[in-house]
Design a protein around this ligand. Structure first.
Ligand SMILES: Cc1ncc(COP(=O)(O)O)c(C=O)c1O
Ligand SMILES: N[C@@H](CCOP(=O)(O)O)C(=O)O
Length: 462
């Protein structure tokens, strides 16, 4: 399996190389040169298998040539061993045709653990074989950072620096990042928003002197491995509800477009997904883009679903690559426009493809709060605000086929918003009970590339 860049000018790589490289050297994102298709029989055979076995069968073709079957099976087993639910991604019924896919039973209580725990194992194995060490830098609006720190803390061959927007993550999210005391973990509170953090991360990858000197690696969904791991739960959920014999739909709370892009890949692999619905909070750039055909940034308004407070949605580039007929030059051109002017207009052909592929909706702050309250009353399920955004949008898109809404975080990560909405203060699981007693350790940094690269260089050489 070979991987190509969405901007068409970087070298083709193997899975392992693409995983360790992060952002392509032409500024693009790596995608598979071709997406492998599973037969109906192979999809049907997944029903009822343990999550780890489904993961192996779905992901195996993508890692071809980089890991042996035994290595890969062992890596998957270790990745999901620490999850707090035997099913890993259990389904809960919300209504006659509406199901919630609970993706928050991993170590940091968010869907990010599905990919990050796997990537942690894949990095360890690849770096040990190569005898290399890397500097991982990540940008987070709250959940990627804690999941990455959990996956990489204490590893010999890795330093991990996480940039989060100062004052714009929940207390639980911040403490998950600032309380680990391993010396290879560095939490950086950046004076800016998530888009600033992600922009500086991409600047670091485009600064080749820095990138090569520190052996920079990325674990945001820039990294194809992140997206790949998320494809698996689309298969586990759909087959549990009767796929491939009947189709299902998914609604996904969306920010950086990695999770829903994983659903798009699952559909390309042959999973019968009827509708893929993008759910946004009040920072609704993706919803507006589908409606108007113009991707136009407006600045972020902080919300009660902070992990989705994003304007520059990184993985949208991956679907644009397909929408523009895999024309890397066309993608590079619109991405340059976005960088220079904060907006671009999507060509008619491309927007037609996007509108055929996705539906979308938005939830205001009041609607999100009302959904948390209403779902508790109707179903007994306490939702986090991100999942509530998606449930509200999903209810507007219910049809004849089962609708599966992704619940991306545990409500205990956002206790203030949940309590205000429904009067319940969701407790942290016992194993995290002392989170607020632990000592915090972080560094405030200005939103400047030079300040960040100096800090990182100084830390890794000390
Ligand atoms: C809890 C939660 N829900 C939804 C999202 C949005 O997912 P994505 O960025 O893959 O669109 C995020 C952030 O990634 C998140 O942390
Ligand atoms: N919501 C994310 C933002 C980063 O997304 P990623 O999937 O590209 O890592 C977060 O919680 O940090």
């Amino acid at each position: 399996m070979r991987y190509i860049s969405t901007r068409g000018k970087a070298p083709e790589l193997s899975f392992e190389e693409a995983m360790l490289t992060g952002l392509a050297r032409d500024g693009g994102l790596y995608v598979p040169a071709t997406v492998p298709v599973m037969s109906r029989g192979d999809i049907a055979a997944l029903a009822g298998l343990p999550y780890e076995e489904i993961a192996f069968r779905v992901m195996r073709p993508f890692v071809e040539g980089s890991f042996t079957d035994q290595e890969f099976a062992d890596i998957i087993a270790r990745a999901y061993d620490g999850f707090g639910h035997d099913a890993r991604a259990p389904l809960v019924q919300l209504g006659p045709n509406h199901f919630l896919l609970e993706l928050f039973h991993g170590p940091t209580l968010a869907f990010k653990d599905f990919a990050m725990q796997l990537i942690g194992q894949l990095f360890q194995s690849a770096l040990a074989k190569r005898g290399e060490r890397v500097t991982i830098v990540g940008a987070t609006s709250g959940d990627t950072g804690s999941a990455a720190i959990e996956a990489f803390r204490g590893l010999e061959a890795v330093d991990v620096f996480i940039m989060y927007p100062h004052g714009r993550v929940s207390d639980v999210q911040r403490r998950q990042m600032t309380t680990p005391d391993e010396s290879n973990v560095h939490a950086l509170a950046v004076h800016g928003d998530f888009d600033d953090c992600q922009a500086r991360l991409k600047d670091m990858f485009n600064d080749f002197e820095f990138r090569d000197r520190v052996n920079l690696a990325g674990v945001n969904s820039i990294n194809w491995g992140r997206v790949l791991a998320q494809v698996v739960y689309y298969f586990s959920a759909a087959t549990a509800l009767g796929a491939p014999h009947r189709s299902v739909s998914f609604t996904v709370p969306t920010g950086n477009f990695g999770d829903i892009f994983a659903g798009y890949i699952a559909r390309q692999m042959g999973l019968p997904i009827d509708r893929l619905v993008i759910a946004t909070n009040q920072n609704d750039i993706l919803h507006r883009t589908l409606q108007t055909g113009a991707y136009s940034t407006r600045g972020v308004t902080p919300s009660i679903s902070p992990s989705m407070d994003i304007q520059v949605s990184s993985n949208f580039e991956r679907v644009l690559f397909d929408a523009y007929g895999r024309d890397g030059n066309a993608v590079a051109q619109v991405m340059d426009e976005l960088k220079n002017s904060g907006e671009f207009t999507i060509s008619q052909g491309a927007i037609n493809m996007l509108r055929e592929t996705f539906q979308s909706g938005r939830a205001s702050e009041q609607e999100t709060m009302a959904t948390i309250k209403d779902m508790l009353a109707r179903t007994g399920e306490v939702l986090c605000p991100h999942s509530a955004v998606a449930v509200k949008v999903a209810e507007e898109h219910l049809g004849d086929e089962p609708m599966i809404t992704l619940a991306t975080a545990h409500p205990a990560k956002f206790p203030a918003a949940v309590e205000e909405a429904c009067g319940i203060h969701p407790p942290l699981p016992a194993r995290m009970g002392d989170l607020f007693a632990r000592k915090e350790r972080f560094t405030e940094v200005d939103n400047h590339l030079a300040a960040l690269t100096k800090l990182i260089s100084d830390r890794i050489s000390s």
